[in-house]
Design a binder for this molecule. Structure first.
Ligand SMILES: *Cc1c(COP(=O)(O)O)cnc(C)c1O
Length: 395
């Protein structure tokens, strides 16, 4: 018993260590609609850290759909999907999604975390080889951990490394699963989807693509990066919580795979169905997304201006062109400090630290919205310029 620690004392020590490493997290609070400007900790600031890329979160059609659904169905779903929780609203969004993604079937989940966790877990059995991109989202990683298959991590966006792993290990497993994001959430770069598809075909592996940050933004009518490349993955997952401005998530693919997931994904089977207001709002969001070409083009313009402007100031911005702009700073403390400083200057940008990103790659994640006006982007660039001179004077 010599090493026994009081439980609370132990946790306190661990919290202290997190804080010393600059890794403690505590959210700022928002007291307004989710718009291009937010009231954060009581002050109106320009928001550059929201995933509400198209500005749909407070669209009247979306609010009306949710309100109407609450009147029609009540709020709670009151049971899991397989018990009494499947409403006509849930079936409606699943049909709409399947049509939108041009997939035979779609399954609606309460969150993207659940969708990825349950999908990968359900498909990963003892004789499955699971190959996962090194920078995949935590929900995909956790799905790999919860499944029974053997997990191998391939270098980020490195199709040659993926092929190497398949060549040496594929034969020893009945099935293989390759898991990637299309547009990476924290780096804003994109997976080499055509190359991944070709390799998966050659090695008889299923390709699972998480389109969480691409749905609504990339591809024809916002159908995602797979649609943009005309690549057919075996399964697509994604969330309504980002560009769609709503909530809920999905997996879409062949009837037989979806039937299996519906039966075996623990996060689906053992969880209360989402409120019917959620699939109804998601349906409205899908209608809006289809018609949002003007928003997509404004978002791309803002992203380009920010990328160029920040690069010109001497910030380290990896090459890329998407609306997710990583501004690399290195240490967790540097990222937190930069975020605090920008908030004082009237711009809300979040510092991204481990374990969300690998150690030493802490960053600001800058994301514009279609609903920003040029003056918002001007103000943001001015704040980044001020931050830059402060950083220079510290060195
Ligand atoms: C946000 C995110 C998820 C989780 O979606 P939620 O609906 O927020 O739970 C899954 N995958 C990726 C890549 C994400 O960025």
């Amino acid at each position: 018993m010599g090493h026994a620690l009081d439980f609370l004392q132990d946790i306190q020590l661990r919290l202290n260590a997190l804080e010393a490493d600059g890794l403690l997290r505590s959210p700022r609070t928002v007291a307004s609609h989710q718009g291009p400007e937010l009231i954060v900790d009581g002050r109106l600031v320009v928001c550059l850290c929201s995933n509400n890329y198209l500005g749909l979160a407070d669209h009247p059609q979306l609010l009306a759909a949710a309100n109407q659904a609450a009147i029609e169905y009540g709020f709670g779903s009151c049971a899991a999907r397989h018990i009494a929780g499947t409403s006509t609203a849930h079936l409606e969004i699943e049909r709409a999604l399947a049509a939108f993604l041009e997939q035979p079937r779609a399954l609606f989940f309460t969150t993207g975390y659940d969708a990825n966790l349950g999908t990968i877990q359900a498909l990963s059995s003892r004789d499955t080889l699971v190959l996962s991109d090194a920078l995949n989202h935590a929900s995909l990683i956790d799905g790999c951990r919860l499944g029974r298959g053997k997990v191998r991590v391939f270098r980020h966006c490195d199709a040659a490394h993926l092929e190497e792993l398949l060549r040496s290990e594929r034969d020893r497993f009945a099935t293989a699963l390759v898991v990637t994001e299309s547009l990476f959430s924290m780096d804003g770069d994109t997976a080499p989807l055509p190359a991944l598809r070709e390799i998966c075909d050659r090695y008889q592996a299923a390709l699972v693509v998480d389109e969480s940050h691409a749905i609504g933004v990339l591809g024809p009518r916002g159908r995602g990066l797979c649609a943009h490349h005309a690549v057919r993955p075996d399964l697509i997952t994604g969330t309504f919580g980002k560009a769609c401005g709503a909530s809920g998530a999905f997996v879409a693919g062949p009837e037989v795979t979806i039937r299996w997931i519906e039966n075996r994904a623990r996060s689906y089977v053992f969880s209360t169905a989402s409120s019917p207001t959620i699939p109804k709002a998601a349906c409205a969001a899908l209608d809006l997304v289809r018609q949002a070409d003007a928003e997509r083009s404004r978002l791309a313009d803002h992203a380009l201006r920010l990328r160029l402007g920040l690069k010109e100031m001497g910030y380290e911005i990896p090459d890329g062109s998407t609306h997710i702009i990583p501004l690399m700073l290195g240490t967790a403390t540097a990222a937190t400090e930069a975020s605090r400083c920008l908030l004082e200057l009237g711009v809300f940008v979040h510092g991204i630290r481990p374990p969300t990103v690998p150690a030493g790659t802490s960053r600001l994640r800058v994301t514009p919205m279609a609903t920003h006006e040029p003056r918002h982007i001007d103000a943001a660039l001015q704040a980044f310029r001020t931050l830059r001179s402060k950083l220079a004077s510290v060195r």
